[in-house]
Structures are given as C-alpha cells and as structure tokens.
Design a protein around this ligand. Structure first.
Ligand code: PLP
Length: 423
C-alpha cells in the first residue's frame, strides 16, 4: 500500500459554479445540447481576464523585448519579466531567474534531457522513471539514455484496477547511487494517481539523484511549492492552467541552470560573439534563445492571478469531490471498468474507464452527440495501456468550473452508449 500523499481536502465550495461566467466558451451548445467540457486534462478553458491580457498586449504594448529602448519595448519587457516574477511566486521559486519560458511541458523536459543529460550522464549510469509516465516524460529519457549508454529503469505501477499507485517498496532496490536522474509525474494523466512528490524527491536526494517533476496535470490543480518539494526541475504547460497554448515553464534550481549548457543558441542569450565562438549569459536568458513568446508569457501571469483568486486548495478539493462523485456514479453503468485509485483514495480530477465491447473512440463520438467533450485513446501512455491489457480508455477530466450536474449528463450518455452497443 502506498502511504497517502500529504494532502488535506477542505470542503468543496459550491459557489465555484459562478466561475463559469468568466469563461465565454462554456456558454454554447454542441449538437443542440449545452456543452459539457470534460477534456481539461488535455487543455483547460481560458477566462476572460486571460483573453483580455492577450488583447491588451497586442493592442497597446506589442514590441520586441530586452533589446529596445523605446517606450513600447520597455513596457513589453516590464510585462514579460513581471510575468516571470509572478510565476516564480506561483510555485514559490526562490528567484525569478529560475523560471525558463518554454513552449510547454514537453519542451521543458526535453531541455533537461538534452542539456543536463548530455553533460552529466555516462555509460553505466541509470535514469529512473515510472511506468505511468506520459510519452513526454518517457521518450526524452529513452533518447538520453541511448545517447549516453545509460540505462532507463521504471518504478512499477501497482495493479491499476486495485490502486494505480507506484510500488514504493521497489524504490529500495531501484533507487541506488547509480541513479543520476529521477523523473516522475506528479499526477498521472491516465490513472489520476497523485504521487507523493515530496517523498520521492527526498528519497532521490538521499542517493544524490537530480529530480524532474512533470507537473503538467497538477500545476493548475493543487498548491505547488518547489522549495518545500525540494525538487531540482519542474515542468509545466500554461494551457492546462487557464493560460494560452505555446507557453510553458521549466523551473530549475539557479545553481543548476547557470551551469547548464544551452540547448538552443542564437540571439538574446549571448554575452560576446566572435567569428570563433560565443559566451552565454546566466539563467534565464541563456536558455531562451531568440524572440520569446512575450504575449503568452504575460497571459500566463494573468492565469496565475485568476487561479490564485479561486485558491488551489479549493480547486484540489473540488477535483477530489467531482472525482469521487464520478467514481460512484460511473460504477453503476453496466460493463464499465474504471482504472486508477479506488473510491475514497486521493485522485486528481479525472476518471479513466473502458468498456469491454465498445471502443473509446465510439464512446467519445456518441458522447459528443450529447454535448460532451471527452478524450479517448492511449492518452500518450502506450506502455501503461499495454500493462493494463487495454488499447485505449475514455477519460473525463474536470476543472473548477465543472459541476455534479454535468457528471449526470455523462452518466446518462454512457447508459445510452452501453444500450446501443451491447443492448
Ligand atoms: N505530461 C503529462 C502528464 C501530460 O498530461 C501532458 C499533456 O497531456 C504532457 C506531459 C505534455 O504536455 P504538453 O503537450 O503541453 O507539452
């Protein structure tokens, strides 16, 4: 049994339904039915304040940053660097220079896999990860291990129908001094499992391994404090936390980032360039070659403001509540198999399920007729799917603007689907 992650859930706040007014996209019909958006694990919707931040920037301040001395460039630079400071505060980073803007989680993890792994891994070293990783936190490590002659090892997932947690007992044999880097997801995008990130970082530090947390599914859903977690790197995407697509963050300890060779080179990140070579600025500039994604970084800062106006502990409680309601109501649908943590156990705000006789793509297509936005497939977790003996699952993933009534729409739709295909 895994110990329960150190999470306490305050009471869900029913008034969260009022936040729906902030999201223009939610007020529409799909196939003649009110939209029920349950695909938040893939991407979240954007509140008016985030959309306004983009419009405001392009209407008033749009300019290139850092290199200009005119008013617009200075305003754009202030807003861009202000967003970096805002995001540092959002995850309690000690220094804004520890925030590297990237395109998203995938690019953030690749930056570490290219720059850190290239410099530090040698034959015989071990990269440790888990069996529940998204391809974005798996394939880069496969490539890094191959390039260095290192070995990639996996912490097993406990029986996914029973618990869906990591087999922490295996840490005793897997987490040895040969492990140079340990990369793991905070919340599984397929199982909903919440990993005890603080404990995993503690264990990794005891053997001297560098830690990389994939926070794609947790960043907008639970309080994250990188200093309390004591992690070395943490990666996330803006679009899963009410921000725009095309912007994300790699948090890294300043001491590590300043020593890391850049993955990309070009303008903006150099101190001196000669025909023979170049020298690099310290972090964050050395890891942000070229013109950055200014507008989306600023809008990500606005997303932090919006989420903090609700409270991430409140969002976590709402996720947990909807997850438990969904587990209870979905388990009454004939022929359904729900994967991941059992009822009552901590789980992120998502529920994955499968029917023996109905493919997930059919479920999603039929549910769309009822106005539901679900996701079906392997969820970029192909090895985990194979381990579960499945080719695909359907996933309903929630956010603070979702309601219990919407879960009833899902349950009604699944009964209709089950009847149509199985009888
Ligand atoms: N990691 C996890 C757990 C995810 O759920 C996702 C996206 O679904 C990613 C990484 C990749 O995020 P992105 O596509 O925004 O880079």
């Amino acid at each position: 049994m895994n110990p329960k992650p150190e999470t306490s859930y305050p009471k869900p706040r029913p008034a969260l339904g009022a936040t729906r007014a902030d999201f223009p996209i939610l007020h529409q019909q799909v196939n003649g039915k009110p939209l029920v958006y349950f695909d938040n694990g893939a991407t979240s919707q954007k509140p008016r304040s985030v959309i306004d931040a983009l419009v405001h920037y392009y209407e008033r301040d749009n300019s290139n940053v850092h290199r200009g001395l005119h008013a617009l460039s200075m305003r754009a630079t202030d807003a861009y660097e202000g967003a970096r400071t805002r995001i540092a505060k959002f995850i309690n980073a000690a220094d804004p220079a520890e925030i590297i803007f990237t395109r998203g989680t995938t690019e953030s993890i690749n930056l570490v896999a290219h720059s850190w792994a290239r410099a530090h891994l040698k034959p015989g070293d071990v990269i440790l990860t888990t069996e529940m990783e998204h391809h974005s936190n798996l394939v880069p490590w496969q490539q890094a291990a191959k390039a260095a002659g290192a070995t990639l090892r996996y912490i097993p997932v406990l029986g996914a129908d029973a618990e869906g947690g990591l087999n922490l007992a295996a840490l005793d044999t897997l987490l040895t001094p040969a492990v140079k880097l340990f990369a793991f997801t905070h919340i599984s995008n397929t199982l909903g499992t919440i990993n005890d990130a603080a404990l995993l970082c503690r264990r990794a530090r005891a053997v001297g391994a560098v830690t990389v947390i994939d926070a794609a599914q947790s960043i907008g859903h639970a309080p994250i404090d990188v200093q309390a977690l004591d992690c070395d790197f943490l990666a996330f995407s803006g679009h899963k936390m009410c921000g725009p697509t095309g912007i994300g963050v790699l948090y890294g300890r300043r001491a590590l980032l300043d020593k890391l060779a850049p993955d990309e080179t070009g303008g903006g990140m150099v101190v001196t360039v000669t025909y023979e070579g170049a020298t690099w600025k310290p972090a964050p500039e050395r890891h942000e070659a070229g013109t950055p994604n200014v507008a989306d970084a600023i809008a990500l800062g606005a997303a932090c403001d919006y989420i903090d106006s609700i409270g991430r502990d409140v969002i976590a409680a709402h996720d947990h509540h909807l997850g438990q309601v969904a587990m209870e109501k979905l388990s009454a649908v004939p022929g359904i198999r729900i994967i991941g943590p059992r009822a009552g156990q901590p789980r992120g705000g998502l529920v994955g399920f499968a029917f023996a006789d109905v493919h997930a793509h059919d479920v999603v297509t039929f549910a769309d007729e009822d106005g539901l936005a679900l996701r079906g497939g392997h969820h970029c977790n192909q090895p985990l799917m194979r381990k579960l003996g499945l080719t695909s699952t359907t996933r309903a993933s929630f956010y603070f603007y979702n309601t219990e009534q919407e879960i009833d729409v899902l349950v009604g739709s699944l009964h209709r689907i089950q009847k149509f295909f199985v009888g």
